[in-house]
Design a protein around this ligand. Structure first.
Ligand SMILES: Cc1cc2nc3c(=O)[nH]c(=O)nc-3n(C[C@H](O)[C@H](O)[C@H](O)COP(=O)(O)OP(=O)(O)OC[C@H]3O[C@@H](n4cnc5c(N)ncnc54)[C@H](O)[C@@H]3O)c2cc1C
Length: 372
């Protein structure tokens, strides 16, 4: 059977669902099919974002509720620590499963959704013909694809952000629930290594061991992580999450017959691995336009070149001089105003913020890698 649609979207992950929630409200007349190979099984992840003035408000825009909001962050390295009150900004954590379910609920009644429908082949013969594992065939004028591809990057200095995290419950009060530990650096000559802690309560926290590395091995990171957790004594493991995210500027499609979105379309910040705000900003710019074959170019994500360029220089330093990276981050957070850093991280810096960020970084090392 060949069922025909105006648009077929492959993958019911973060980018597709955020897109559809907004898009179907504006274009209810279009017949849209959403296919996912296994929406329910995975997605055990935590989405964190910076929020506050001038940054798109995800709770309001997408009707999703954060698991926790923090007003303070801290970083430390050796015996130095930096604590910052972020007001009027904050750091929000969204539970991955709940957020994706909530987004799916918001758009489900306006689309046709098929779960457990792995796409195995796409053919183009006038229309797109999408073939799934169970041999169903669906056709459409326009195709949106959020599958992850082996992308090409614009730099040979490739790093990966690899992390293993455990949400744990302690028998006694252990965490300062008001403060996120953004980066607690460890001394490491070869890679950048830090612990990230999201304290949900005094007893419950997500503790992640993170590496920025050239060739990370998630099993080794998991072992290091388990070793580190021993310092907490007895605890109950509530859940775990892991990921390996490329840190580089993706060479995105400038043309082509279909629309890539999500990670493979460059909607992920090279220096942080965060994508939620990028996806939301992208949708904000295009939701009024009707998607069809004639205007695909309006929908293609164009990453902010200045931010990408700065990320690239920054990642070069991390690539060639990983031992310098803790100093880079410590310098950034201690010297620049927190509002500038937050807007910079959230893809919404003013020119003054960019200048403040550049001025806060150690000059000698940055200049050296600017010209490398
Ligand atoms: C553990 C983890 C934590 C993260 N934390 C943050 C964070 O704190 N903040 C942040 O902004 N970003 C975070 N990210 C990065 C990023 O936001 C997420 O990876 C996000 O899910 C990317 O969205 P996406 O739509 O590109 O991909 P996905 O959400 O992975 O969606 C792709 C979808 O395509 C489906 N699919 C794949 N192949 C097929 C096929 N052949 N047929 C049908 N369907 C298919 C998959 O099942 C999946 O549902 C995190 C990533 C991970 C892995």
């Amino acid at each position: 059977m060949k069922e025909k649609f105006d648009i077929i979207v492959i993958g019911a992950g973060l980018s597709s669902l955020m897109f559809l929630v907004k898009y179907v409200k504006k274009h209810p007349q279009q017949k849209i099919l959403l296919l996912d190979k296994d929406h329910d099984k995975k997605n055990d992840q935590t989405f964190c974002v910076w929020q506050g003035p001038d940054i798109i408000n995800l709770t309001e825009e997408f009707d999703i509720q954060p698991k926790k909001v923090w007003g303070k962050i801290m970083l430390d390295f050796q015996n130095r620590s930096i604590k910052k009150v972020m007001s009027p900004y904050n750091y929000k954590a969204y539970d991955g499963k709940k957020t994706l379910s909530s987004l799916l609920r918001s758009c489900k009644k306006n689309i046709t959704y098929k779960n457990n429908c792995e796409v195995v082949q796409v053919k183009k013969n006038g229309l797109f013909y999408v073939i799934t594992k169970d041999s169903s065939v669906y056709s459409s004028q326009t195709l949106v694809d959020s599958r992850h591809y082996n992308n090409t990057y614009d730099s040979k200095e490739m790093l990966y952000q690899a992390f293993y995290g455990s949400e744990v419950e302690m028998p006694t009060n252990t965490f300062d629930e008001t403060t996120v530990t953004l980066m607690s650096f460890k001394e490491n000559k070869n890679d950048i290594e830090f612990t990230y802690i999201l304290p949900y309560t005094k007893k419950i926290a997500l503790i992640e061991t993170t590496f920025f590395a050239k060739n990370p091995n998630i099993n080794d990171i998991k072992l290091k992580h388990e070793e580190k957790l021993k310092q907490y004594g007895k605890y109950t493991l509530l859940r775990s999450e892991e990921g390996i995210l490329p840190m580089g500027n993706i060479k995105t499609d400038k043309e082509g017959s279909y629309l890539k979105i999500g990670i493979s379309a460059g909607m992920i910040r090279p220096s942080s691995g965060y994508s939620m705000i990028r996806i939301a900003n992208w949708i904000n710019q295009i939701e009024d336009t009707e998607l069809n074959q004639q205007n695909l170019s309006k929908f293609r994500f164009k990453s902010p070149w200045l931010l990408n360029w700065l990320d690239k220089q920054f990642l070069k330093v991390c690539f060639y001089r990983p031992e310098m990276a803790p100093e880079l981050f410590m310098s950034l957070f201690s010297k620049a105003k927190i509002g500038s850093v937050v807007r910079f991280m959230a893809d919404k810096p003013t020119i003054n913020d960019v200048i403040a960020v550049i001025q806060a970084l150690p000059k000698k090392i940055m200049i050296k890698y600017l010209i490398k």
